[in-house]
Design a protein around this ligand. Structure first.
Ligand code: 3HC
Ligand code: NAI
Length: 709
């Protein structure tokens, strides 16, 4: 037997332990070794039953995702897939095989579990078929065995939605036969002994829960509709539904064949490659080359938040939800009351939607302690400042924090545009100052840009990165440039969207080109949601820095002058009805036409393809500059920022990955066309030129040491 799987014996019960840390993925060698162990169980007369259990922190988290890239790039010679055959072997073992689940039984791990005759689980275990999140479907009969255990409706939900269920729910559904409190291995062995000698039920032979075509038709139709709506543009959920449907319609073997065909189709798709890039990317961004894993982490057991406005209130909720008590400071009672009322309203909405229970909310609210002073700030381990965006005020607040906070406290700013270094200069401890740029609404959006200043200490960075995970966020480390990474790129993206409208595209056509591509919202509708006045104020502050003669968008300043700030004022690029539904507004079209005519901008029909290329390549070109300048560590960091903060479709992998899939040569050619038509705003980023000429990709690009920041 290999090191990956150990076989031991507890009197008459064999215990097969899978040991492939960290998550016992079914890497090459693991299925073979399980098959070998089962063979042993079959042959050994002293064994009456077997238990399969995971060593370490989990059962089996699935197939080894790293292997998929090798398959699709042709590095693996693809013979018949091994895992399905191993699962049949387990199921055909004449002695009962009990799967003992703790941690996660995901994907191939869930499929392995279902090939056993029985399943027992620790109450904290989770079970699921998350393959759709990687753009694939279960590929080892998961879509065929799960409906036999849990029924078609639940199988469709799990295989197409990808979300896990708890062991308790699995027990209620009949997927798990017993929950084991305490020692799982001992409980599983005892269970195995109880069932030894009795006929072992094979999952694939069960038909009791498969239902009739008439019963299944509405379930499948509803699932398809939901997938089209909630997982817009994704092919895997629909493939998963088709495969589960086949389980109810076809004999097991034929269902498995269809599943395999659908699985392979998905695996070789661009969607799956992009989603696998995202899976590893989300983990990669946590790794900062010069901040090693061993860097000490500072304790963050109590925090202070300064400012209880839109962001401060949301940030306080984020900490409270993670169990960290918060002191929430405002300047006056009215602002504090407003802030708290917003927090309460927000929580009440979550209770109404069933996201949180009232008890949960009450407990969270108790953790948020309002205050009008800095008393108590001497105790906190970290402060997040979220006062108005203005350098003088920020500096004042940081100077005060420097006076009142203990020397080890981390001082973080939620600024979205200001220099962290300048803010840090107001303190005597710039090494403790960092940017934590939450996105609005802070309690919902997953992205946290962590901004590293010139002097920010490694321990402070490591702590912020770890804290992001604890807060349920994806933390991405970025450098200190104007707009950091996300907003710096968003600027040319939205600029192009506005230019396109000035050149003759309708507001709706611009937004539709981007939502058809998969963006959660169009760029103009996004402006309306965030508030057009935010950019207007910033523009007014920075107008003196604008280069004369450089084309600037014409309409948003005028919309703001008319009081059209977007959704909050009922009108912006669109008009909004009482349900905040966007309605096209001819008045805006007229306003833009006039402004364009006055500026001498010719009108023309603009194809959707040009709209898309202008907006997305504006992102890509700026992303390339950011990458080369070192403000993002890797291209994937930019991708993860865009997926989690800006509604970029995950199945396209992020802007930089998308550019790689189009081909950088082609992207560059298009950008050069735009440069000829529109001038120097479209000058291609030097890195893009270099990589395109080398036939290289953004993915895997590592900046030479000694770059700018
Ligand atoms: N294959 C390869 N590596 C995996 C893996 C997998 N299935 N699952 C996790 N890993 C790696 C991660 O990349 C990470 O590596 P790193 O330390 O080098 O960055 C390490 O294991 C630890 O993972 P996490 O940081 O994610 O650890 P957590 O404790 O936060 O989460 C988990 C554990 C919930 C299991 C999470 O890793 C997860 O969801 N994994 C993916 C599960 C999945 O999608 N399974 C289905 C695979 S496809 C399949 O099975 C097809 C089948 O139908 C044939
Ligand atoms: P806001 O205007 O909603 O809230 C700011 C709050 O700070 C006000 O309630 C004000 O009373 C309070 N305040 C001012 N001075 C204070 C002081 N000395 N002590 C305590 N409280 C004080 O502003 P918002 O939108 O929450 O922005 C806060 C910060 O977050 C800004 O730096 C902004 O750039 C940034 N940001 C905003 C985002 C957004 O979408 N609104 C997104 C990401 C970052």
């Amino acid at each position: 037997m290999s090191d990956l799987v150990q076989l031991s014996q507890d009197n008459d019960v064999a215990v097969i332990t899978i040991n492939n840390p960290p998550v016992n993925a079914l890497s090459p060698g693991v299925p073979e070794a399980i098959a070998e162990a089962i063979e042993h169980v079959q042959q050994d007369a002293s064994v009456r039953a077997a238990v399969v259990i995971g060593g370490g922190r989990t059962f089996v988290a699935g197939a080894d995702i790293k292997e998929f890239g090798k398959i699709t790039s042709g590095q693996h010679t693809r013979g018949a897939p091994l895992l399905p055959a191993v699962l049949l072997k387990i199921e055909d073992c004449s002695k009962p095989v009990v799967m003992a689940i703790h941690g996660t039984a995901f994907g191939g791990g869930m499929e392995l579990a279902m090939s056993g005759h029985y399943r027992v689980a620790a109450p904290s275990a989770q079970l699921g078929q998350p393959e759709v999140k990687l753009g694939i479907i279960p590929g080892a009969a998961g879509t065929q065995r799960l409906p036999r255990l849990a029924g078609v409706a639940k199988a469709v939900e799990m295989c197409a939605g990808g979300n896990p269920i708890s062991a308790k729910e699995a027990r209620e559904l009949g997927i798990v036969d017993r929950l084991v409190e305490g020692d799982l291995r001992a409980g599983a062995v005892a269970f195995a002994r109880e069932v030894a000698g009795k006929p072992a039920p094979k999952t694939r032979e069960r038909t009791g829960k498969l239902g009739t075509p008439e019963q299944n038709a509405p379930i499948l139709a509803a699932a398809r509709e939901q997938a089209r709506k909630k997982q817009r543009g994704l092919m895997a959920p629909l493939a998963a539904i088709e495969a589960v449907e086949a389980a109810a319609r076809l004999p097991f073997e034929l269902g498995c064949e269809l599943e395999r065909r659908l699985f392979t189709g998905c695996l070789f798709s661009d969607q799956s490659k992009a989603l696998i890039h995202v899976f590893f990317g989300e983990r990669e961004v946590a790794k900062v080359p010069d901040v090693p894993k061993e860097t000490p982490i500072l304790p963050v057991n109590q925090v202070g938040v300064v400012g209880a406005g839109t962001m401060g209130g949301g940030i306080a909720m984020v900490f409270a939800n993670a169990g960290i008590p918060v002191l929430l400071r405002e300047v006056d009672q009215a602002a504090l009351d407003r802030g708290l009322a917003n927090i309460q309203k927000n929580y009440a909405g979550s209770v109404k939607r069933g996201r949180f229970t009232q008890e949960f909310v009450d407990e969270r609210l108790k953790r948020i302690q309002p205050t009008l002073s800095f008393a108590g700030f001497a105790e906190v381990d970290m402060v997040v400042e979220a006062v108005f965006e203005g350098m003088a005020l920020k500096k004042e607040v940081f100077a005060e924090l420097d006076r009142v906070c203990k020397p080890s406290a981390i001082l973080a700013s939620n600024t979205s545009t200001l220099s962290i270094d300048e803010i840090a200069s107001a303190t005597k401890r710039p090494q403790s100052v960092i940017g934590t740029h939450f996105f609005s609404p802070a309690n919902v959006m997953r992205l946290l840009e962590i901004v590293r200043g010139k002097a920010t200490g490694k321990e402070v960075i490591a702590t912020a990165m770890q804290l992001a995970k604890k807060l349920g966020k994806v933390g991405v480390l970025v450098g200190n440039c104007r707009g950091f990474v996300g907003n710096r790129m968003f600027h040319p993206y939205r600029r192009e969207a506005q230019f396109l409208v000035e050149e003759g595209a309708s507001v709706e056509a611009v937004d539709a080109a981007l939502t058809d591509f998969g963006m959660a919202m169009g760029p103009l509708a996004t402006g309306d949601l965030a508030g057009l006045d935010v950019g207007w104020r910033i523009r007014k502050e920075y107008r003196h820095l604008e280069k004369p003669g450089v084309r600037q968008p014409l309409a948003e300043d005028r919309l703001c002058e008319m009081g059209r700030f977007g959704q909050k004022t009922g009108a912006g690029w669109y008009k909004y009805d009482e349900n905040r539904r966007a309605v096209p507004d001819p008045e805006v079209a007229e306003l833009v036409r006039k402004a364009a005519a006055a500026a001498g901008i010719a009108q023309r029909q603009i194809p959707a393809e040009e709209i898309l290329d202008r907006c997305i390549y504006a992102l890509v070109n700026e992303g390339a500059r950011i990458l080369e300048e070192g403000y993002a560590l890797r291209a994937v960091d930019i991708d993860i920022i865009y997926l989690n903060g800006y509604g970029f479709p995950a199945y396209r992998g992020g802007p930089m990955w998308y550019a790689d899939t189009v081909g950088l040569k082609q992207v560059l050619e298009r950008i050069r066309e735009f440069q000829q038509q529109h001038g120097e705003l479209w000058a291609p980023a030097p890195l893009l030129v270099r990589l395109a000429e080398q036939g290289a990709h953004f993915d895997g690009f590592i900046r030479e040491p000694g770059g700018k920041p």
